[in-house]
Design a protein around this ligand. Structure first.
Ligand code: AMP
Length: 220
């Protein structure tokens, strides 16, 4: 968990490959669904480009069915960008319980807002594989993806006006989820905070240490 631009997508991809397990990004799923040329696609586009959160019912439907489909027999699952409201956290508790799964390990990437704003202005994503890059400060050049040469694009919702609204949604709706997990740390979740201003490699090491301490099998 963490604010927009805190590094959730980058860390989720690194951890998925390190642990050899799947990751679900609700942002990616919703961005894909928002491409549909139908009323649902149009509704999602409007919400997401405004910087607001998508309603709990839509998000929970998508995530619950994916968790049920992916989790059986696997060594776990990484959730990137979910839960983002207390209602979603409660829904997750119920889904995990119904599947007989253990409580979630919540990793909070903590980054101050001024760092988020600067970082997001430099964030680009590969149009082909979705890999996330941070371009050099002041560079106007859009480079190409290291992995497949795809063009690096800026997300529609990564401009300053929308990021400020996304940060406001984070403060109003998602910070209470962190409180929910901190309060319930003994019962429904294990909560850990990481300084999200460290380098991506340092954070990845911290996340892996936490995951392996919690019993996740680390792939070689
Ligand atoms: P992200 O890629 O995680 O930054 O998410 C991009 C956008 O997708 C957010 O600004 C929300 O509009 C929407 N979104 C992603 N995950 C959720 C969620 N769990 N609940 C509600 N909206 C979400």
């Amino acid at each position: 968990m963490g604010a927009p631009g805190s590094g959730k997508g980058t860390q989720s991809a690194m951890l998925a490959s390190r642990l050899g397990i799947s990751a679900i990004s609700t942002g990616e799923i919703l961005r894909e669904a928002a491409k549909a040329q139908d009323p649902q696609g149009e509704r999602l586009r409007q919400i997401m480009t405004s910087g607001a959160l998508v309603d709990d019912a839509t998000v929970c439907d998508v995530v619950a069915s994916r968790i049920r489909g992916m989790v059986t027999g696997s060594g776990g699952l990484i959730l990137d960008g979910f839960p983002r409201t207390v209602a979603q956290a409660r829904k997750l508790d119920r889904v995990l319980q119904s599947l007989g799964m253990s409580r979630p390990l919540v990793v909070h990437l903590d980054v101050p807002n001024e760092v988020i704003l600067e970082r997001i202005s430099r964030r680009r994503q590969c149009a082909k594989c979705g890999a996330i890059f941070t371009i050099a400060s002041g560079s106007l050049e859009l480079n190409r993806c290291d992995a497949d040469g795809g063009s690096l694009l800026q997300r529609d919702d990564d401009n300053e006006a929308v990021v400020l609204k996304r940060l406001a949604a984070y403060e109003a709706e998602t910070v209470p989820v962190l409180d929910y997990y901190r309060r319930h740390a003994e019962s429904s979740a294990d909560y850990r905070r990481i300084d999200g201003c460290l380098s991506a490699a340092e954070i990845a090491k911290g996340v892996c240490d936490i995951a392996s301490f919690a019993g996740a099998p680390l792939a070689a």
